[in-house]
Each structure stands twice: as structure tokens, then as C-alpha cells.
Design a protein around this ligand. Structure first.
Ligand code: APR
Length: 206
């Protein structure tokens, strides 16, 4: 089956050049200290609903951007914080020195303690709930979809993303990786922006 040409008028050769796989990379390192040669102009944060900072990558990004200024910006712009599954935009503040213009604060789901939370709201709580997309999967997928749509909105060329929800929030890493990659591939098949996505893993396990 011919690969559907995602952008009208593209030749197969152009399509091969724009092939989503070639536009996705993985980097092991600190998302607040990426090589400038990457040309990253936006980074995603694994935030919590308060948008008031915390630990892990959230802390690293707040420290690098300027904690007080970033907290003040988000409190002013988003007094109600950000619900799980959604993403809020802020300027990069202190990270602008590295060529970064945007921070996209994504609030991923906490992996549920018990099966009761696996099921989609209102769905029967039985083992079929785990067979498909659980509610937590759906919320994580929503974070990625929002990140990519905001990349289009803010004309972001190269977006770096940490392993959202896979640290303190205990989302299984392989499961999160499939959701992240699948949604990135699907988005890039149909969109020119972001031109590139780099998944930044803090360590080999990530
Ligand atoms: N650069 C890149 N990745 C990092 C960095 C960093 N500097 N620091 C941590 N990570 C990785 C972790 O190894 C993990 O794989 O980010 C991933 C997400 O882990 P957490 O930061 O714990 O985020 P999450 O699981 O989404 O939990 C969010 O934790 O820190 C708090 O305020 C945050 O309440 C929120 C919750």
C-alpha cells in the first residue's frame, strides 16, 4: 500500500525526506543542558496540576529558567493551574540564553495504584479495562497531542520532551514510550511542525 502522502503535492522523494522517523530522535542527557547544535527552541516539562514546580525534571527546568519568575508567570497566567492531560505554555525566561523560546508544561497522569482506576470513567471494572487504552493511557496521550498542537500554534521548530509521568508518577516506561512515539509519528505524518522532536531520556533505562 502506498504510504499516504501527508502533505498535498509532495513527491514520494519529498515525503521520504519528511519521513517522520527521520524527524524523531532520542538523546540521553539533561533537558536543561542540551547541545546548542540541536537547535532546540522549545522544551516540555513534566509538571503537576499546581504548575508551582516540584521535583525531578520540573525542578531542573524551574531552576534553569528562574524559579521565582517562572512560578510567578504561571500563577498569573494560569491561576487555576493545569488539569491532568493538558499542557500550558510559558516563555523560556532564563533558558532563552540557550536559544530556547518556549516551555510547554505538560501534566501527565499518575499511574493508578489499583485496578479500579484503570477503567475509563463509567466503564466496567474488569480485566478487559487493562486490555485497551486505560484512563491513564488516555491522559498521557492527551499530553502528547496537546504538546504537538501547541508546537504548531507557536511555530516551534524543534521540541525536546522528557519521559513524562515515568518518574514520580510511576507510569510504566515501555508503555509510555509506545504512547509517546506513536503520537509523535502520527502527528509528524500530517504536520510540518515541529520539524523535529527529540525525546530526552535522563538515563539509559529511560
Ligand atoms: N532532564 C531530562 N529528564 C529528566 C531530568 C532532567 N533534568 N530529571 C528527571 N528526568 C526524567 C526522569 O528520569 C523521568 O524519566 O524525567 C522523567 C519524569 O520524571 P519526573 O520528573 O519525576 O516527572 P513525573 O513522573 O511526570 O512526575 C511529575 O514529579 O517532580 C514532580 O513536580 C513534578 O509533581 C510533578 C511530578
Amino acid at each position: 500500500m502506498d504510504h499516504p502522502l501527508p502533505i498535498s503535492g509532495q513527491t514520494p522523494a519529498d515525503h521520504a525526506l519528511n519521513d517522520p522517523i527521520a524527524r524523531i530522535a532520542v538523546h540521553v542527557g539533561d533537558i536543561t543542558a542540551l547541545p546548542e547544535t540541536f537547535g532546540v527552541d522549545a522544551i516540555a516539562n513534566a509538571a503537576n496540576e499546581s504548575l508551582a514546580g516540584g521535583g525531578g525534571v520540573d525542578r531542573a527546568i524551574h531552576d534553569a529558567a528562574g524559579r521565582d519568575e517562572l512560578i510567578a508567570y504561571n500563577r498569573e497566567q494560569y491561576p487555576a493551574g493545569c488539569p491532568t492531560g493538558l499542557v500550558k505554555h510559558s516563555p523560556a525566561l532564563g533558558l532563552e540564553a540557550q536559544g530556547i523560546k518556549h516551555i510547554l508544561h505538560a501534566v501527565g497522569p499518575v499511574w493508578p495504584e489499583d485496578d479500579a482506576q484503570y477503567a475509563m470513567p463509567g466503564a466496567p471494572i474488569d480485566d478487559t479495562a487493562k486490555l485497551g487504552y486505560t484512563y491513564a493511557d488516555t491522559l498521557l496521550a492527551s499530553c502528547y497531542t496537546q504538546l504537538f498542537n501547541l508546537a504548531v500554534k507557536y511555530d516551534i521548530q524543534h521540541l525536546a520532551i522528557p519521559a513524562i509521568s515515568t518518574g514520580v508518577y510511576r507510569f510504566p516506561k515501555p508503555r509510555a514510550a509506545r504512547i509517546a512515539f506513536g503520537h509523535a509519528h502520527g502527528h509528524l505524518l500530517r504536520n510540518d511542525l515541529p520539524q523535529r522532536i527529540t525525546f530526552v531520556c535522563f538515563n539509559e533505562e529511560d
